[in-house]
Design a protein around this ligand. Structure first.
Ligand code: SF4
Length: 399
């Protein structure tokens, strides 16, 4: 049996197993229902959203055409704001830069970031002798469970409250009942101390405005505010596809992202331009007031430039990571993130082909896609996943 056949057979076994897993089944059924109910209500309350999504499609197309110029402009803007900007062409470079900033023996608090998963940043920093804590509740559960995200927005979507209670009872060494409010409270108490003793906070970004160098991060839990505000150093890891020309554009992208992620209004939208500063004493600007004294932004390529050059697949770069398509995907609905690696479902198979191992690694995912097109219906960017999957299958066969 060839390596590819072996891999396919292993993968198929996992998919079958996942489809019979009662924890996954219970958790996904609840999540899909909640998503559909909420997103419908959200769109009714904000009916201009589909029109705004069309405008965002145009912004993203322009941004892809002009990615290099936007990158240069954003890096200059960040430096002007007294931050430091870097470009990393791949995982090794991104890790090297991050390690050089952080060093070893540090405590790091980290917000949710798909790019962080792609780069395996937590493992990389742990290998360098640092203590790293995931602060997004779902990611924290997965860190304790030694598991990987099964949805890009709700990483622990496959873990029902009963299982969370078991995991927490073991970790905190006290009985935690399967009560969501109590589960949330115990993590809040544990992480609070970490935020204020951490040396470094790491976050991702939803969008970056090139003209102002401002980083926009959408969240609900409040953990990103603490990760990016409490430690003396803040590092942002962001893919080059997140660049848009102006601050106004970034707000439009942000609104469409959170709306299709089912939020009428997220609890927080963080806009970060540079290190914290004050001019309160004699108007002398001094950096490191209450927030971080050092601010670093690492723009990561890792295969994205290749995707940009690809006439069929470049549209995948406009993905907002709203996660809507996954709730509609018939395969994802029964297998959760077993249908994928870092990136999941149909859109994930395209991303995997470029940034996470190449088209051979993506082969099992490419052949799992039913090409039914339900994802396109839900997608605010109308990304043609079935077309890209067909094209990548052709390339795989001819290779
Ligand atoms: S492909 Fe579309 S629906 Fe799916 S996560 Fe990306 S933007 Fe959202």
């Amino acid at each position: 049996m060839s390596d590819l056949n072996k891999e396919l057979s292993e993968y198929t076994k996992n998919l079958n197993k996942a489809s019979k897993d009662s924890n996954i089944n219970r958790a996904i059924t609840r999540a899909v229902k909640a998503y559909r109910d909420t997103v419908e209500d959200t769109m009714e309350r904000h009916p201009h959203t589909p029109e705004l999504a069309e405008e965002v499609r145009r912004i993203k197309e322009y941004s892809m055409e002009n990615n290099q110029q936007l990158l240069e402009k954003a890096m200059q803007s960040i430096e002007k704001n007294k931050g430091k900007a870097f470009y990393a062409k791949d995982r090794e470079e991104a890790l090297r830069i991050t390690n050089e900033i952080i060093g070893t023996g540090k405590t790091v608090v980290k917000g949710k970031s798909m790019l962080g998963e792609e780069l395996q940043i937590r493992h990389g920093l742990e290998e360098s002798g640092n203590e790293v804590w995931e602060t997004d509740l779902g990611e924290f559960i997965l860190q304790l469970k030694n598991d990987r995200p099964m949805h890009i927005l709700s990483p622990a979507i496959h873990v029902p409250r009963e299982q969370v209670a078991e995991i927490f009872t073991e970790f905190f060494k006290k009985e935690i009942p399967p009560d969501i409010a109590q589960e949330v409270a115990v993590v809040r108490e544990f992480l609070r101390e970490k935020y204020f003793t951490a040396d470094v906070g790491i976050s991702g970004a939803n969008v970056v405005a090139a003209d102002t160098g401002q980083i926009v991060i959408i969240e609900n839990e409040g953990n990103v505010r603490l990760c990016t505000g409490a430690p003396p150093v803040h590092i942002v890891l962001v893919g080059i596809e997140k660049l848009v020309p102006s601050f106004l554009d970034s707000m439009k992208v942000a609104e469409v992202t959170w709306r299709y992620a089912q939020y009428a209004s997220p609890s927080y939208v963080n806009i970060i331009s540079g290190p914290s500063k004050t001019g309160d004493i004699e108007k002398v600007t001094t950096y490191g007031a209450h927030g971080p004294k050092e601010f670093y932004v690492i723009f990561v390529d890792n295969g994205r430039s290749e995707m940009l050059k690809d006439p069929t697949c470049r549209q995948a770069l406009s993905c907002l990571r709203c996660g809507g398509c996954m709730y509609e995907c018939p395969v994802f609905q029964v297998t959760a993130g077993h249908y994928g690696r870092t990136y999941l479902s149909g859109i994930g198979s395209v991303w995997t082909s470029f940034v996470d191992g190449g088209v051979e690694e993506a082969a099992p995912m490419l052949y799992t896609c039913l090409r039914c097109g339900r994802c396109v219906e839900r997608c605010p960017m109308k990304i043609e996943v079935p077309t890209m999957v067909g094209e990548l299958r052709n390339r795989l066969v001819s290779e």
